[in-house]
Ligand binder design. Structure first.
Ligand code: AR6
Length: 169
């Protein structure tokens, strides 16, 4: 089967998606923040923060799974992405690790569908085209060798991001 047939690119708010897991672009505290992180915590409700507190943070590049509470998604996979610092601080590798570790968690939990926001592309200022190329490559590589997740969805809040995914995939 064509790998790209298991990848979807959509416009819209990730917190509204009826998928099994959504990925959160979190920070090392896992205690919430702005951007997509804030939106996910608002939509999930305070129980999400309570579960996140028990995790005691997460290093950059790694991922942790929680329940989704009031979200349509059953799970949230929280990953801690790199801040863009010019490209010489392992940003590419750390961002790739975020995708790989999130997908690894989804695979181990036999999650059917997982949606990603454009992680690192907001407050953390990763160059958009470069980040999307990494996201696309990691998704395609992972799907080649894994049955789960069956579907990967890239959720884009703005048209520019949407167009970059269309180019990359
Ligand atoms: N649905 C889909 N995408 C969204 C949504 C949404 N509801 N909201 C924002 N985006 P950002 P980062 C897009 O800044 O750069 C937080 O404070 C947004 O347009 O959320 O990884 C964390 O706690 C952009 O394309 O995450 C960290 O401290 C992308 O999501 C820090 O920000 C990521 O933007 C993480 O920064």
């Amino acid at each position: 089967m064509n790998i790209n047939a298991r990848i979807e690119i959509i416009r819209g708010d990730i917190t509204r998606l009826d998928v099994e897991a959504i990925v959160n672009a979190a920070n090392t505290s896992l205690l919430g923040g702005g951007g997509v992180d804030g939106a996910i915590h608002r939509a999930a409700g305070p129980e999400l923060l309570a579960e996140c507190r028990t995790l005691k943070g997460c290093p950059t590049g790694e991922a942790r799974i929680t329940r989704g509470y009031n979200l349509p998604a059953k799970h949230v996979i929280h990953t801690v992405e790199p801040v863009w610092l010019g490209g010489r601080k392992n940003e590419d590798i750390l961002l790739a690790n975020c995708y790989r570790n999130s997908l690894e968690l989804a695979s181990r939990n036999r999650i059917n569908s997982i949606a990603f926001p454009a992680i690192s592309c907001g407050a953390y200022r990763f160059p958009l085209e470069r980040a999307i190329r990494i996201a696309a490559r990691e998704a395609q590589e992972f799907l080649k060798f894994h049955d789960f997740p069956q579907r990967i969805i890239f959720a884009c809040l703005d048209d520019k991001t949407y167009q970059e995914y269309l180019k990359a995939i």
